[in-house]
Design a protein. Structure first.
Lengths: 322, 322, 322, 322, 322, 322
């Protein structure tokens, strides 16, 4: 039984359809005082319920609001005697604020876990979570996660044998992710694919610039990250590739948040294509961008299969090919 | 040690000043992706910490957002080893959604309690909570609540001996609250003050109208409610009083939410004055209304004394004169 | 698998029989020191177990005693590896003490919830619980409740088309309940049924008397309440109806506690019939009363169907026609 | 701050007086439907509260009732913001039902622990608990216990040097307790005191009788047990001593329950004196017995000192001389 | 689905084979820093998982180490979404340290219970646990236990009708266990089997020696205990039997720990045979002892049947014939 | 009140002495069956208790054993009514196994947190924990951590102005730690100190070697890591520095585990000195190494001050200069 809240409804319909289901019906009402009421319209007693809600946001559209709606709806499902409730989170808010960087900083991933568990969730399904360590340590209930890696490999399969491909991480922190993608892509191509990454250079304790480590001259570069926020990181990395003679530069990221001036930023010529999934609906981009530059891969099949396995006792590990 | 978040900062400063303190410093940062980070800037280890946050909202300013900020900040205080954390809520969101009225409705007060407790709160201080039963049953941690009754009695003290005063409830559900106010006011005035209330009349199962029960002819009527939302309930009751010959009509309510067209509605001539507290900042009203019609009583002294007693082991019960 | 403790055994047998089952066997032993031992005599491992215990009492027969027996038996079921344990409470003790009316009052419904949950209950089924808000906010485990409304509608169906029926609440607090009954009865009768209620009148802050609000002259009045304790409330309301010219007056209440002098009180001629359910066995009434005046409706079919649905994943909401 | 509920009030007054305090005030009201309401009449916020309630009972006076009153009162103390709540239990009910002896038996000590903890207790003080292992394993909160051993040693000090004293256990299970008493008494007397005990003899798998193991001829025998229920165990042991030539026979037991025909049983001449404490008020005994045979030692000084130490951080271990 | 960790793997294979299964695969890796990693190699999502780990030890082989491995593996199973996890503990460590014998002693059985529950266990299966009361009171999750009694009865069945058999407890604390065995054996033999036991004698407060209570002259004595540690208790009891004219002396104990010089001790001629189960692998004994004196009964059939019943909802109580 | 278990006793004595205290007394007994018993020998009721236990190990000395001893001792402290219990962990076991790297891997840091919390800990103090994110997300109770950075800065202060110093991370994962050290050292030296690090080079998907990134020619290099296990990482990095012309090479690491052949490895001439703290006693090194090459900085002052602040409500953040 699958519910999808708010803006995640189209995504949820796609997932449900792939499982031969319709989305379960619910009511979402907003009141003038800013409060809301969400309730299932169908009997959920004894059912294995999945609630899809992507917790992205921007300055006007608060992930806090989405989170409370999810928490209260989970509460209502529990009170209506649902047997098991799994929160399906195509985009997990606050995953980048996963530890204290300044004194007394909030450990936000942990709080999010505590709140979901207090509401009554029995499991959580994430998607290329920014910090998997924090995610796995924060939750007491079992967590599962799926990855966009396979979707990207499939998309870039057409490059096989045609060009020299280099996988790149736009910063040092993402090298591990890029490395995993590089290996999977390489085993698909039957070839060793080199890795490159951007590295900060410092002078007198201040970050002075960035250097590209690795060889990209003449190559087709795929810059991989877990998310695109304002897009500047990607574009800066793409620019560096071009300067060093890269022929084509693709950006690939699971979550296309596109906050602030992202639409303008990613229009930069240095990037040939920006490949994302629909974990965050790309509604902040204009039609032209979406037609010409941004490629949106459908994550619904991945989620449908993961939900099927969680429901029936299948292995997510095997789904990911790990 | 007192923190006040966001728009509750001016209110909190008033409370702190009355206790001879300054508000403790914290940082609230908002990010472009709609996420935020709030952290205490002072050492809270082993301290008895109070966090003031009024959870009101309207269509643009979400109580959900305020609630998440409160929850995460409580989490950060707990992680920073605060000895005790009390959430001070001048206005408690979702208190009117305190039970299932339709199948599978959320029991929102309960969920709010679970979330605050999961975040790490040790106690909660409410203010004329809409449904005290739900509030007291929902929380596992001790709750306290204060009431505006004394502030209203003080404000209306000038009417003593001058005019015939009638206390009125704008609906049947508020009769208990009006009755308590009537008694306290009466013992201040040394006189028996009559009660009146509005009652729904029905025809063929549909609410057809309302009737005023009680005698208000020639009297000064104080219509008492816990909150003013759009203001229509108050104005309708005031109109009924006028029709039945009331000389003066005051509206008194603890929480002035003033959502939707409230500014226009309460401008109605039937109401002489609208007396509220500053539990919700009356920023949605224009200056003229605030100067001519709306009287804002300061709740800070009440909260300051309650916090002093909670901290020092005093009795809130005695503070309320119960 | 259905157990019924102590005096609830006959009721439980009725419920079980309607489901084609026998009551599961258990042993209840009492010792000379006032302690007891209750244990299941059948294997409950992995079973979905329901325990029926009506927590009524009077001065000699303590609901406290019944509650401890229920709690310890639930503990024994949990230790014997029952998969799910639902407490079925035809009458819920302490439901009228649902909040603080005096300083430091116990919030008894909440404590009852905490104790049942600590014992190991997974769900609770109530029956016309006095304060549904407190009940729903107090429990963390899912709660369900059934209502006698349908039984009463069925019983009074014979009045359809024959007489002018008025539904009455014996006090202001019960208007909501009476209203719901009035609507259901009206839609059965295909007619609009008026509502009346008793209202307290005060003088100098003291309750001076009661007034009947509504038109009952020449009508057949059904006074509806959730429970009959000493019966005086019902009889006073009935007397008021008679004074105002009501032709026939019925009392209908889900729970017939009949404490104190209730047997004498309800013998009053003002009441034609007193209609109750068997949620509390009417053993405190003499045979003559039971033969001539008190009608006991069987709640077993309602409970049997509710248990069937809780077990099989059906909807209680739909059972109630909400 | 010390409260004492119901019949434990006189005992509690004694304890409080020894600490230079009065008992804190509370209200206990009983209603006609068998429900009750207990609430503190004094401010308990931030206080270290002790609640004394001896959970004894007989067939008419249910320990279940006492237990619920204790649980609800603890709940009310917690809700009134008591800082710490210690349940002081001169007699702990259900301590003899500490494990499964038959299939699916309740593990009652554990359930009692879970309920007290769910109500909000922070610590428990017991008194010669029947099964210390079960008691210590069942509670998650810290437990303390005191022993009557010292009171008995003091009482029997007058026998020092006068007569040959033998300590006896009335059954095999109590040998450990008797042994501890024998040692303490011996070190007071500066002499080695022998031990005796009764042992069941069996024939064909049935208990056929009992044999006295040890030498009691010409001796003064002190039969020690934790409690006297019907008294038959004690009297049987005393009889055996007399048959074997004991000169004087005393019974000493911490808890004098005296259920059933105990008053008649202990009147038996075989017993010279029955020495108990006032953990259970000896109200079931007639004046003559109390004057001539039963000696009631005051446990209040022991409890007063234990409470003082628990409050001030002293050692109970050292109080017991262990 | 059955896992068996470390040295319990052979035992687990036996259990699995009897259920027509293979042991589920897992990986156990040890690192140079003394840390380890254990993980299931098979999908466990939604499965009913049993983990067998016997927590015995000696000075070199720490039960602490075995316990942490069990706890972490249970954690990994929970995170991998196992539906139910039952810890199967042929030998439960720390069961003899079940209460405080000295001031501030650890209550180890309780801590073990808390840790297993914190790790995520849903049930525990024990085997002749030393202190059943402590075990049952310590765990919140349901516990089951099986007994070796039936295996011993079967083994000694050949003595039926041939010789006069006496059952003996090597100390006073084990009389209850010996009594239960005596009864079962007796009903198998169709004869009344006498009981004997060793009792400590004291002089001046010091244990001076032990006396054998009961008649063993000319008899075949079966000394029964729950475990053999160094073996001295058994050998001393056997010696006493021989002195009193016993013809043959068998030792029977569920758990053969054989720590210290046990191999040498039990070689003593006083004992004809030492009958144990394989709850602890008898690897500390040399081949000669195992061939000539020690009989190892297989407990696997008992565990296989218990696991089958726990999985399928059968009764352990009936399995034990209680 | 400070306890130190087992091998951490000397370290604990140093800490206690700096606070003007003696270590609190406890008893640790080991039994022949590998079990143990640890109990406080002093009254801890109402005290603020710190337990120091460094959870290092090697193949013979199991951190599992240390962990169980810590958990059981915390349980005993809780049962003895300690007011607050803080686990002080100079070395935290399993911190490197902080997430799933293979399917169904244990999330060990989380399990460790759950176990410590189940035992009854109120806070944890760590020391240069390997993965601070995992650590902070895993614990529900407040955590604090201290860092050796200041000790190293102090030690290397003598290099100020004398030589060109470069700070180096021996792998990419430690760059963040090295960066923080570089900044603090630089602000002490009043100079900008460059950073270098080792980076893996790959060929065909396999790690082929490592390259040194940064300029170390003619410099004095301080290679910083959180721990030294076998020492090979450090020595390889030192060798690379030497090849690239470094004049002097120091290794600095908080935790000197020195497992396996570490003593031989770190004897390598490439390293001038190996600077560690005494979080792990360097007992695995021979005297010569300790005299000539390994410098052990005392962490006791840091811990003493942290404990003082945790006890008295001071700020650890300010202690670290953050």
């Amino acid at each position: 039984m699958i519910f999808a809240l708010g803006a995640s409804r189209p995504f949820g319909e796609g997932v449900a359809a792939l499982l031969g289901l319709s989305l379960a019906q619910h009511e979402e009402r907003d009141f003038e005082d800013g409060e809301h009421k969400t309730r299932p319209l169908e009997n959920v007693r004894g059912r294995d319920v999945f609630v899809i809600h992507s917790l992205y946001g921007d300055a006007d559209d608060s992930p806090n609001d989405k989170l409370i709606r999810l928490l209260f709806f989970i509460g209502a499902l529990k009170d209506a005697s649902a047997a098991r409730i799994t929160a399906v989170l195509p985009y997990l808010a606050y995953a980048r604020k996963d530890r204290k960087t300044k004194p007394r900083d909030p450990v936000t991933t942990k709080y999010l876990a505590r709140l979901l568990e207090a509401a009554g969730v029995h499991g959580v399904l994430g998607f290329d979570v920014h910090n998997l360590q924090a995610f796995q340590n924060a939750f007491s209930v079992p967590t599962d996660h799926v990855e966009a890696k396979g979707l990207f490999v499939e998309y870039f399969a057409e490059l096989k044998g045609v060009e020299r491909v280099v996988v790149m991480s736009p910063d040092a922190g993402g090298v591990k992710r890029a490395e995993a993608f590089r290996q999977t892509l390489g085993s698909t191509f039957g070839a060793d694919i080199p890795l490159a990454f951007m590295e900060k250079t410092r002078s007198a304790g201040v970050v002075a610039g960035e250097t590209l480590v690795g060889e990209v001259g003449g190559a087709t570069v795929i810059i991989l990250d877990d998310l695109i926020s304002t897009g500047t990181t990607m574009v800066r990395a793409a620019g560096a590739c071009r300067e060093r003679g890269a022929q084509r530069v693709f950006a690939a990221a699971t979550h296309g948040l596109f906050v602030g001036d992202a639409a303008k930023v990613i229009a930069d010529d240095a990037l040939e294509k920006v490949v994302i999934t629909d974990s965050v609906p790309p509604f902040r981009l204009n039609d032209r961008l979406l037609r010409d530059k941004v490629v949106v891969l459908e994550a619904a099949p991945l989620f449908a299969e993961a939900i099927r396995r969680i429901h029936a006792g299948g292995s997510i590990v095997e789904l990911l090919g790990d």
